[in-house]
Design a protein around this ligand. Sequence first.
Ligand code: COA
Length: 282
Amino acid sequence: MSAPPESDVLLIENVPVTNSSPVGGVVSIWTINRPDKLNALNAEVNSALKAACGWAESDDTVRVIIITGAAPNEPPEGKRPKPNAFAAGADISEFVGKSSADVRPIFDENPWESVWNLTKPTIGMVDGFALGGGAELALSCDLRLATPRSKFGTPEINLGLIPGGGGTQRLCRLVGYGRAMEMVMGGEMIDGEEAHRIGLINHLVEADELLEQTMTLAQNFASKSPHTIRVAKAAVRAALEQPFSAGILAERDLFCALFDTADMEIGVNAFLNRENAEWTGA
Ligand code: COA
């Protein structure tokens, strides 16, 4: 495995995949580490996320990526503890005095798109505030797990803004037009239970089980052929990006092409011989 990029604001831990095939696979856990600022996404976090995405995409040992936020630090004597957060948004202090010409390049090269464009499975592991750009980061992942005490929202409207990291589009596709409109225009937060009810998150999990359940999902994805997993992601993604009839054809092309892969032969033979498949990744 190549060395992951180092950053104080984005900690990367690589956990070996159980019974990895090909050997050496890891689940890469990325922790946004600015708990005193509720893990708000400043320029440093954004560039660390982009660098991590470049690394993860180019390193074959990275099989699944989990993105999460650092837990709060112990508060100083007499101070109230900071709340838990995945990320409470883009760092608002960096908006001061900016014009459209200033922000355009930042948003043209943004971390939400880098995460979205990863061809490997991505999981948002949320415990606490996931607001604005933080909600958008969770939405840029393929799926999300969250605790009941989590709070999701797009409060940009209260700043005279709208989501700018793909939030309007991804939210609408995930939870539907009416619910997306209510969240984007109202700026109110919803808790983990409501997020689960409307399909914003896949699983509602108690805080003390969040890591274990997220890892169980990640290890399951990581146990499949990395090539087939990429193709599966591309096929489902086509449903978002193409008209229905084109998506059906895209799926058929991808499906047929898999019949020329080593891993399809390995998977079918392993099933027929009642053996575990040892994937090559090709
Ligand atoms: N950008 C920059 N700093 C942020 C931030 C953000 N999006 N969200 C929280 N912080 C900082 C606060 O300024 C505060 O810093 P300080 O202790 O140095 O003063 C620290 O994080 C703790 O936040 P605080 O507001 O004191 O916590 P709280 O428990 O009273 O409230 C929230 C929590 C999430 C309700 C509140 O922080 C909030 O509304 N944040 C902004 C959410 C937002 O609008 N996000 C969209 C941005 S596009």
